[in-house]
Design a protein around this ligand. Structure first.
Ligand code: BTN
Length: 242
């Protein structure tokens, strides 16, 4: 059942969640898009606002031959693919906010939600990208957000973006089992919007402050605390200190 290339691309007018579809009905190498989602999933059990016809909601089900050695880095690598795809579409100035938010000028442009299919060699990679969403449609979003239309001043053709996303993602997924750590670090650094910033990390009830300094080989965020100690975070809400 293992397949290393993209197979069918399904396009739905409405789904509850493209990730859920890919988990339950998707086959290895299949991608699905929905024009809208009625129960779009965000990280940490949050909702993903998914109005009709304006954004991209994409999920890809991917099956590796064996559990890849650097699996914890996969969602970061998916972020690289999204950043690269945007660049392919002549969009500039965006970056990645650890762990996997696509950012532009301090606002969220898109997000990635990785879900494992029981056995860890199968994954679903979900990508949500704000393309032509107008402020009214995103009025309920509880964090600063922006859209490609807002930053470019143009209405973007979603098909062009969709093609670039799939191309970059499949290329990255294909190469992932042989991930070159030095190359990964280099690529991440290029897009990392937190690097060198004083940040605040919220972990449960604990708050940490320090200097963000990239990610380690496990994909954890490195924070240099005031006393010089380094803390590696595997899960936290991170914001830049004002
Ligand atoms: C985040 O919280 O930042 C991750 C958001 C991921 C949203 C995408 S939209 C397509 C796919 N299907 C879902 O239900 N969620 C992801």
């Amino acid at each position: 059942a293992t397949l290393h290339t993209l197979r069918d691309i399904h396009v739905f007018s409405t789904l509850d969640s493209t990730n859920r579809w890919a988990l339950q009905a998707g086959q290895c190498g299949e991608a699905c898009f929905a024009e809208q989602q009625t129960a779009g999933r965000g990280r940490r059990g949050r909702q993903w606002q998914s109005p009709a016809g304006v954004n991209l909601y994409l999920s890809v089900r991917w099956c590796f031959a064996a559990v890849p050695p650097h699996l914890p880095l996969l969602s970061l690598v998916a972020g690289l693919a999204v950043a690269e795809a945007l660049e392919d579409c002549a969009i500039h100035g965006h970056g990645l906010k650890w762990p996997n938010d696509v950012y532009y000028a301090g606002k969220k442009l898109g997000g990635i939600l990785l879900e494992a299919v029981g056995s860890l060699e199968q994954v679903v990679i979900g990508i949500g990208l704000n393309v032509n969403m107008l402020p009214e449609a995103g009025a309920d979003i509880d964090q600063p957000w922006t859209s490609l239309q807002h930053i470019t001043g143009e209405t973007l053709v979603r098909n062009t973006l969709a093609a670039a996303l799939l191309q970059r993602l499949v290329k990255r997924l294909h190469a992932f089992p042989q991930l070159d750590m030095a190359q990964f670090q280099h690529d991440w650094q290029h897009w990392d919007v937190l690097a060198g910033q004083q940040v605040q990390a919220l972990m449960g009830t604990e708050t940490l402050q320090g200097l963000a300094s990239g990610v380690n080989n496990q994909g954890q965020l490195r924070i240099i605390l005031r006393d010089g100690f380094i803390k590696n975070l595997s899960s936290a809400d991170v914001s830049v200190r004002m």
